[in-house]
Structures are given as C-alpha cells and as structure tokens.
Write a protein that binds this ligand. Sequence first.
Ligand code: COA
Length: 367
Amino acid sequence: MTTNNEFGISAIGLAIPSYGLPLQELAKIRNTDATKFIDGLGCEVMALCNSAENVVTLALKAVQRALDNWGGKLEDIGLVVAATESSIDMSRPLSSWVMQELNLKGNIRSYEVKHACYGGTVALRQALEWKISGNSKNKVALVVAADVALYAQDHSGEPTQGAGAVAFIIGEPNIASINPISYYWSESQYDFWRPVGDKYPEVNGRLSLTCYINAMLNCFTQIAPKHELQNYLQEYNYICCHVPFPKMVHKAFAKLGQFCNIDPLFVESLYLQRVYATMDWNRKIGNSYTASLWFAVANALTKMQGQQQLLAFSYGSGCGAEILTLKCVANQQVATWVRQLEQDLTQRTIIDAAHYLEIRKSYDSSL
Ligand code: COA
C-alpha cells in the first residue's frame, strides 16, 4: 500500500546468458589486433546465448528473480511492460510470454515497448507515470528490458555484441526512488535499424556516435545551463549512461565537458570516478540494448548509500534520449540480486574462437 507520492524500484532481477566470449578470441578470427576491441572500444567479454537461450528465456529469468527478490504476491501486479528490440514476434508482445510463464491474467495492462535501446527507459517511465497517475489502484508494475545484440559475422558492430535482461518491480521505493521530473529529447535519424524480416541490424556506427553525443548535449543542458553544469553534476554520486560500448560513453562525456567549457582534467576525473565505475558489468556483458543502461544503474546502486543520488542518461537510435534521476534508499552491496549476477558471471562458460564460430552457425541458420 502506497503511503505517499514517491515511487521507485522495489525489487531488481538481473540475467545474462550462459556463454562469455573474451574479445581477444574474437580478434583472432577477425584478423584484428585485440587492443582495438579492448582499448579502442573498451570491451572485455561479450555475453552470448547457448542453443536453449533467447530473449524470452532471458526476460523470464530476470523477471523470476525480481519476483523472488520482491517477495510480494502475483495478484498485486497491475502492469507488465517488456522492452526489447530483439523480439521474436512482430505482434505478440514479449510481455505475453511473461504473463504465460507466470500464469498471470486479469485486470492487468500488458504490452511491449520498442524504441531501440531507449525502450527500457520508456517502459520504466510509463510504469512510474502509471503509479503517479493513481490508475495503478495500489498495484505494482513489472518491467523487463531484455535483448540479444548480434550482428552479421565480420560486421564492424560484431565486437559490440552482448545479451542480458534487467527486471524491476516498480512501486514502493525500497531500493531507490525515481524523480517524476525527467529531461527528454528526440529527432528522426537513421543511425541503427533492422528491416522487417532481417535477422541482424544495420548500423551507421559513426552517425550513431554523433547522434548519441548530440542527444547527450541536448538532455544535459536542459537540467542546468552550460556554465552551471559542472556544479550540478557533482550532486550525483554516479552518472550512468547507455553503453553501446564503453568507449562511446567516454567520448560523449568528454564532448559534453568541451561543450560546457569544463576543465578537461575535471571532466576526466569525474568520468573515472562517477561514470567509468558504473560500467563494471557492461564491460563483461557487452551491449544488451534496452538493458544496457539499467545494468549500469544497478551496478551504481551497489556502490551507493541511502540518500545519495544517481543520474541515468538513456539513448536509443532512431533517436530518443532521456535523463532520469534516482535517489538510493538502501545500500545494495550484499543484496541477493547482486550475488545472483556475480555468480552468473563467475559460473558462465567462457568460450574460445572455435566454439564461437560453431554457435554462429546455429544463430545464422535459424533465419
Ligand atoms: N589499438 C587501440 N585502439 C585502436 C586500435 C588498436 N590497435 N585500432 C583501432 N583503434 C581504435 C580507433 O582509433 C577507434 O578509436 P577512436 O574512435 O577514438 O579513434 C576505435 O579503436 C574503433 O576503431 P574504428 O576503426 O572506428 O572501428 P570500426 O569502424 O571497426 O567500428 C564502431 C567501431 C563503434 C563504429 C562499430 O563497432 C559499431 O558500429 N558498433 C555499434 C555501435 C552501436 O551500437 N550504435 C548504436 C547504438 S548507440
């Protein structure tokens, strides 16, 4: 039962697939110097699905964990929103697989959201706004962002592949509260797209970098005038960003500093302490599209104390962007959901280049 108008994250569930491919292994078969992937892009290991895993199984795993960690009753769920850009059906929403698995039915709104990597943020905002509207009738929302990011073999995007899912129960802010005020920006762009029927996306990598930076400048300069941004940013213990690959975040953050005339040394130290630090899991998972920002946010929450704040910058190609701010309620360092992910990372099977080529055959032939 909600007692005031403050809502946020009540529970978290994270999931990654069973395989991890170190970028050194990919470099071997792509005739590339591994330092390009590791230093040039900032990637370490990409998460990959085994033959029994896909976007649905990842979403279900994250959802089940969020529910177990929450401990509430299924009857208290009034909204199920799933965000993905790797949906396996053009009509049936990913949320229907979640409903099916949980045997949920009744007075529940259920749907899927698509806006490239921004979709997870839209889903979460819609859940928050549904709570604020009063139309939730004191029920909670189950939100899941899940994706499997794959490109055609030898595509320039291949080193930025990855997969994962993040699920949230949105209701009482037991873990973090979400500020109802956010800062959004969008324009029509063709930086990343997947035509109907195509297995893998196309990306204009250079354009997506420009669009990401432009969106970042337009969002951050809404929250404070350029000359005040430096002070404003220091109010946030962590600044989490959508992570297509970690180097992109570094480049964009440096451009933001330049645009606002902030001392580059200050920008670099802020980046290392408050941005880079949140990408521990992203470096080991790769791009998980809609879930990518939320892995960074979850990671930041493990490092924060009650009352500390974080800023989350979401970007999705096409393109749309939004900044959300969250306030930590309780430190999460030893929370079950953290242990679950750390265990997955330790226990997953690290595969080599030959194994990768083998599993690519089955991905590519399931066209
Ligand atoms: N050692 C260290 N760094 C190296 C290197 C080496 N041996 N060789 C190259 N590099 C650096 C390059 O200088 C470059 O860094 P810079 O941009 O700071 O100059 C970086 O590695 C990448 O090299 P580049 O030649 O630009 O790579 P690419 O053209 O093969 O592809 C992307 C890189 C990012 C364009 C591509 O991976 C991509 O499109 N990824 C998907 C992006 C995405 O998801 N966009 C949509 C969502 S925002």
